[in-house]
Ligand binder design. Structure first.
Ligand SMILES: NC(=O)C1=CN([C@@H]2O[C@H](COP(=O)(O)OP(=O)(O)OC[C@H]3O[C@@H](n4cnc5c(N)ncnc54)[C@H](OP(=O)(O)O)[C@@H]3O)[C@@H](O)[C@H]2O)[C@@H](O)CC1
Ligand SMILES: Nc1ncnc2c1ncn2[C@@H]1O[C@H](COP(=O)(O)OP(=O)(O)O)[C@@H](O)[C@H]1O
Ligand SMILES: [K+]
Length: 516
């Protein structure tokens, strides 16, 4: 029988999980000494590939990150690189493996002093890796300060020292790396800011840990990649018709009419069979003139929510989005809340964005109590803070002394019962059941007014086509990032829906045929 290699999804491992993977590898017969040797060799290879020979300083810390540093230094020395090595700690405190490579180093061991930087063009940062427990102090901190001041080129081993690999937080000041080499799998801190911004180019090296150790871990965090959800992607069926592709309802506000129009166009482009924009009568003419493929339903102003009820009587209206341009001023706030609660009461798939979230900032529990069906919330940081003010004070956050985006999104999903898409450069998609995905493909060009409105449209369009909320949110966020990359500089929100077809075609070519 042909041997098919098991494909593992793009897991992200916390420091703790990485430690377990390491132990499982040792149990499976890979000596810890070999892992350290392979780690150091991988870093040396990456260094030689990126930089020409130059005066290099390897800064070794007191743990196994320092152990890797001894290996790198010896490899570079054996290639006749001008290498110096400074060690922070005592040999008695080293692990067996690190002590072995300390002895194997054939050059001098110099004390940690910032003077060493005078002759240095490249620093290999092997001070602290996954085991960093508190901010850097003393000589290590002085060294980092001097590296920052001198703007010295850095290659970091595992993480730039001071970055928490599990959360991406910076424990004190960190010297940014141009290259970071990590082992086996990425860690959340490589994708979450500020960590991501401090890592520079990231290389993940295979150090001989068998992938099968992943089977022994219960992992709940992934990098957003199509492999995670492509098999659920709702491609149109040859024998299908538009009602097989769902009917999305977009609630439109009275004043900011552009927002919900962007949402509606996003929903159409991502393949919803039909999209109806429910428009207050005052703004109806604006919507009706501006939209073509999207249908426009008229809501009487005095009895708005009743008209919305009537619209929802049609069971084919299977996904609803409220928020973009919904309105928060005076009466509009009350109406927005009513519309949200009506939408949630249907039990149909619902996306809540922008004003639909802020409208509940006085009493978020009313909103959370109403969420009983499939629901995706898409707050940016400001909306998140309004809706989940207590999460930053929660014991889980305080325990780690960190305002960690992954934990915050997870807690919010658990508390609200919705899939939470906590947006930004490192958007986190968290499910109430504990699963979480970190997105990594979004360009900064997406930081423009209306781009979130389009994202809400992508999500509701996928929900209308029957995708589950966590998958729909993850797929939409990834598509949004790809479209952003496709357009690049000069991107405006209006462009996003119209560039989606190109991205979908490329995605289909790469992922669909293999899943038929
Ligand atoms: N797992 C794997 O598969 C593989 C892992 N590998 C490598 O191991 C690295 C993880 O090693 P690690 O666990 O020894 O952690 P690391 O960061 O080197 O040192 C922790 C030490 O520092 C100390 N300490 C902490 N904070 C401090 C502070 N602020 N200031 C001063 N001291 C502080 C702390 O002491 P303590 O807090 O106990 O007092 C402890 O002694 C990993 O990043 C990778 O490079 C590879 O070899 C390949 C296989
Ligand atoms: N620096 C950045 N890099 C990548 N994506 C970003 C960045 N800043 C914002 N985004 C993305 O742009 C979108 C902005 O959404 P949002 O803040 O709701 O804006 P709007 O309400 O104007 O549509 C989100 O999808 C967010 O993740
Ligand atoms: K490091």
């Amino acid at each position: 029988m042909e041997h098919i290699r098991k494909q593992y999804p793009p897991f992200l491992l916390t420091a703790n999980e990485m430690g377990k993977a390491d132990q499982a590898a040792v149990v499976a017969g890979v000596p810890a000494m070999d892992l350290m040797a392979a780690a150091g060799k991988a870093v040396a290879d990456a260094v030689v590939e990126r930089w020409s020979e130059r005066p290099t300083l390897v800064l070794c810390g007191p743990g196994n990150n320092g152990g890797d540093g001894f290996v790198v230094a010896q490899h570079l020395r054996s290639m006749d690189w001008p290498v110096r090595l400074a060690f922070l700690g005592s040999v008695d405190g080293l692990s067996t493996e690190a002590a072995h490579f300390y002895r194997a180093w054939q050059g001098d061991i110099e004390p940690f002093s910032t003077d060493l930087l005078d002759q240095t063009k490249l620093v290999i940062d092997a001070m602290f890796g996954a085991g960093l427990a508190r901010p850097l102090e003393g000589n290590a901190r002085d060294m980092v300060d001097a590296m920052i001041t001198r703007n010295i080129t850095v290659c970091a081993i595992d993480v730039p020292s001071g970055v928490d690999g599990t959360t991406g937080a910076a424990l004190g000041k960190v010297a940014p790396a141009e290259l970071t080499v990590t082992f086996f799998r990425k860690k959340p801190g490589h994708l979450l800011f500020p960590g991501r911004g401090l890592c520079g180019h990231l290389v993940v090296a295979d150090i001989g840990i068998p992938e099968s150790v992943l089977d022994e871990l219960t992992l709940q965090t992934w990098e957003n990649r199509p492999e995670l959800w492509c098999q659920y992607y709702p491609w149109p069926r040859l024998d299908g018709h538009k009602y097989h592709r769902g009917h999305a309802v977009v609630y439109g506000g009275e004043t900011m009419t552009g927002a919900s129009r962007l949402t509606a166009r996003g929903a159409m482009r991502v393949g919803a069979g039909l999209v109806t924009l429910a428009a207050p009568i005052k703004a109806w003419a604006v919507y009706a003139t501006a939209l073509t493929g999207v249908m426009v339903a008229k809501l009487e102003v005095s009895q708005e929510s009743e008209d919305f009820d009537v619209l929802l009587l049609d069971p084919r209206h299977n996904a609803i989005v409220v928020g973009p341009g919904a309105g928060l001023a005076g009466f509009e706030r009350i109406r927005t809340r009513k519309i949200v609660l009506k939408a949630l009461a249907t039990g149909r798939a619902t996306v809540l964005d922008a004003d639909a979230l802020s409208a509940f900032s006085d009493d978020p529990q009313i909103l959370f109590d109403a969420i009983n069906g499939p629901c995706v919330m898409t707050p940016h940081d400001g909306e998140f803070a309004r809706l989940f003010p207590e999460i930053n004070k929660s014991p889980e956050i305080n325990k780690s002394h960190l305002d960690d985006k992954l934990t915050r999104a997870r807690l919010a999903a658990k508390q609200s019962g919705a899939v939470v898409v906590l947006k930004g450069a490192d958007t986190v998609i968290a499910s109430p059941d504990g699963r979480a995905i970190i997105n990594s493909n979004a360009p900064a060009d997406l930081a423009t007014g209306g781009s979130g409105d389009v994202l809400a449209g992508f999500i509701v369009g996928l929900l209308a086509q029957g995708m589950a909320p966590f998958d729909a949110a993850s797929a939409a966020v990834w598509m949004h990032g790809e479209v952003g990359n496709e357009i690049g500089s000069g991107l405006i929100a209006e462009d996003l829906p119209d560039h989606l077809p190109k991205v979908l075609s490329a995605f289909k070519a790469q992922y669909f045929s293999s899943h038929q």
